[in-house]
Design a binder for this molecule. Structure first.
Ligand code: FAD
Length: 425
């Protein structure tokens, strides 16, 4: 398929993670083919928050100006109680940019995906649609992705095939874990919210009992994005048909005027049931490696899913560059193949650091979700703790927003109290 030429790397899946890997490795001089099952490359959904640990990498790839021009640089992230509307705490994003050296931005998913796609095209990535990979095989000095129309061989096959990854079965028999929460999204022209009490310069997160509501402007403030998330009683009761619009309406009846005013603007014809997976600590089997949501699908509460996928790509490509010798030469060694990359070394270095970091993100995201959704006395305790937080205390985000670690030794310390399962909830 594709241009028919031999490639060094086959990437399965052309979402944000797959394209980021393809771009990062092409920038290191490798030939990459992306196999995407859909008829076209694209993204569904609305906004993405992109933290400084990701804008730092986009800058290294020369994409930060483009992404900034398409997105919005909000001034603050504000957390409010969803019932009484009280402001509980905030992150000053101008100060965040000063501290971490790179901005926190929000962008339409299709704009970030489109930026990566255009960069892949410019770099000469072989982008192939309508190919569904059904299996993987190891080969001498490489691996093979198998699909109905044939077999694609590379020195490495990277599986960026998302939450329901086929490749993950090589490493684990786990299944996606349902949180019983569901997300509704809605991105509308800003005029539709202009008369409402919205803060166009902030990302606002309203946290409430078993629900939360996120609001922020997109595309230079021309669009307004909202996400409504709630626990589905029907999911808890084991019913098949859960997360339906009647449940959306019921979940937010007790919330503040600001939240209820935004709800009629949600798309009601589709919704996203929220799944993650338990962390796994080994993402590499021979010359097949997992990346992005295939390796570490999170609950979205830390807004780090796409960010982690881009970090994966950067980390692997840096190790590849470090372990590339002359073709067939000493660094390439007997396993280096024609490109001279010590693939086993690069994959081992990747596998030593990324699962550790992503495990922390996955477990913290679950705990963060529990904290957001407290009711009763726990809600009051949470609000008291958040009210006390110094706006410029970064203990809870330093480990996320700082430079991405290339080795376990560079992993930043976690926030106080973390001992593998965060003590937040
Ligand atoms: P996917 O986007 O799932 O892409 C997988 C690709 O592989 C798809 O194109 C699919 O068609 C293709 N594919 C699958 N199987 C095959 C196959 N067998 N053969 C060929 N192709 C295949 N992240 C953030 O960083 N910030 C946020 O603010 C944020 N907000 C979120 C809000 C919500 C409501 C949700 C649900 C998620 C959010 N995320 C956020 C997470 C983020 O969207 C994902 O982590 C990210 O998009 C994962 O990218 P991926 O490329 O790994 O996987």
């Amino acid at each position: 398929v594709g241009n028919g030429r031999d490639v060094d790397v086959v990437v399965v899946g052309g979402g944000i993670g797959g394209l980021a890997n393809a771009l990062a490795l092409t920038r290191k001089g490798l030939r990459v083919r992306v196999l995407e099952q859909a008829h076209e490359f694209g993204e569904v959904g609305a906004g993405l928050q992109i933290a400084p640990n990701c804008t730092r990498i986009l800058d290294r790839w020369g994409l930060l100006d483009e992404v900034t021009s398409l997105g919005v640089l909000p001034e603050s992230i504000v957390m409010r109680d969803a019932i009484d509307g009280e402001v509980l705490t905030r992150l000053d994003l101008r100060d965040v940019e000063r501290r971490y050296g790179f901005p926190y931005l929000v962008i339409h998913r299709s704009d970030l995906h489109g930026t990566l796609l255009r960069a892949c095209r410019r770099a000469g990535v072989d982008l192939v649609n309508d190919v569904t990979v059904t299996g993987y095989e190891q080969a001498a000095d490489g691996a093979v992705a198998v699909h109905a129309g044939g077999r694609e061989r590379g020195a490495v096959v990277l599986a960026a095939d998302g939450l329901r990854s086929v490749a993950r079965r090589l490493l684990s028999d786990d299944e996606p874990v349902s949180s019983a929460y569901v997300a509704y999204r809605g991105a509308v022209p800003f005029e539709q919210v202009a008369r409402l009490d919205v803060q166009p310069k902030d990302v606002v997160v309203h946290v409430g009992p078993r629900c939360h509501f996120v609001q922020y402007a997109l595309r230079h403030g021309e669009m307004f994005n909202q996400v409504a998330v709630f626990e589905s009683p029907k999911a808890l009761a084991g019913e098949e048909d859960w997360g339906t619009p009647d449940e959306l309406d019921a979940a937010f009846t007790a919330t503040s005027e600001q939240v209820r005013a935004g709800l009629p603007l949600m798309w009601r014809d589709r919704w996203w049931r929220m799944f993650d997976r338990d962390p796994i600590d080994d993402w590499v089997r021979g010359r097949v490696a997992l990346t992005g949501d295939a390796a570490h699908p999170p609950l979205q509460y830390l807004a780090q899913g796409a960010v982690m996928a881009i970090e994966d790509a950067w980390v692997l490509s840096e190790h590849v560059a470090r372990l590339t010798g002359p073709a067939g030469g000493p660094t390439g060694g007997p396993t280096g193949g024609t490109t001279g990359v010590d693939w086993d070394g690069a994959l081992a270095a990747y596998n030593a650091v990324r699962p550790l970091h992503c495990r922390r993100v996955l477990t913290t995201a679950r705990a963060w979700g529990r904290l957001w959704h407290h009711d009763g006395e726990r809600r009051e305790w949470r609000n008291a703790v958040l009210r006390e937080r110094d706006v410029h205390d970064y203990a809870y985000v330093d480990w996320l927003f700082g430079p991405t670690a290339l080795t376990p030794g560079e992993l930043p310390p976690m926030f106080p109290g973390y001992d593998g399962e965060p003590a937040l909830a």
